[in-house]
Design a binder for this molecule. Structure first.
Ligand code: HEC
Length: 204
């Protein structure tokens, strides 16, 4: 019992010694136990900086960035919609180039093929291992007939079981994927009439 009392007194004395003088002023520098928390290598706004050549701590905005909360232009390219309406744009709002298709193929194989399969028929690896139940076959007539803007929207914000990819895939890449997906769909919609006459004999 005596030891418990003694310990109690010692603890009270220690707590008062350490915490009791918080807030009182002193001319001596404070003891910093974890100084790295007190002195952080960071730049305060509007302060001078030794790090940058022009010594300005507040930096100009890097090209091509948007400040948080800043509205971005409501163009078909950014939203997939006809400006001022909720209608999706029918066709991809730019000229499709070979570079864009190649980029789209690369991105499609990275972001979409795991579920939808390299041929977009819904037979990706996640279906084979049973991780996903029903994955949309992107050659479905309904999906082929969707406006380009709606495909862009689905990639951006997802649909039912599919989550959106706006955080992972930039706007330009989303359109590139749309373009490549259209090429994949077209590859299955071709008829004999699309084959040049001189090559038709070679078809099996
Ligand atoms: C994690 C798996 C997964 C990934 C990755 C994925 N999808 Fe999907 N996607 C689905 C599933 C599941 C559905 C069916 C959603 C439903 O109707 O429940 C679907 C549906 C769709 C549809 C049909 C939407 C509609 O109108 O019914 C489109 C188009 C589509 N995906 C495109 C893409 C594209 C393009 C990518 C790559 C950027 C992609 N998906 C990546 C799982 C995925």
């Amino acid at each position: 019992m005596r030891y418990i009392l003694l310990t109690f007194v010692a603890v009270v004395a220690a707590v008062v010694a350490i915490a009791g003088f918080r807030g009182s002023t002193s001319r001596r520098p404070p003891i910093e136990i974890f100084a790295d928390m007190v002195r952080q290598p960071k730049q305060r706004p509007q302060f001078q900086s030794e790090f940058f050549a022009d010594q300005r701590g507040s930096r100009p905005r890097p090209a091509g960035t948007i400040a948080r909360g800043e509205p971005y232009a409501e163009t078909p390219w950014n939203t997939g919609r006809v400006p001022g309406t909720t209608n999706f744009v029918e066709a991809l709002p730019a000229a499709v180039t070979h570079t864009m298709l190649a980029r789209g193929q690369e991105r499609f194989l990275i972001h979409c093929a795991p579920c939808h399969g390299a041929q977009a028929d819904g037979n990706g690896i996640t279906k084979k291992i049973g991780a996903m139940g029903v994955v949309a076959n992107l050659h479905d007539k309904r999906i082929v007939e969707l406006p380009d803007g709606e495909l862009f929207y689905t990639i951006s914000y997802g649909k039912n079981l599919m989550s959106g990819y706006a955080a992972q895939i930039g706007i330009d890449d989303r359109w590139a994927i749309v373009a490549y997906l259209r090429a994949l769909q077209l590859s299955r919609l071709g008829t004999v009439d699309d084959v040049p006459p001189e090559w038709r004999a070679k078809l099996k």
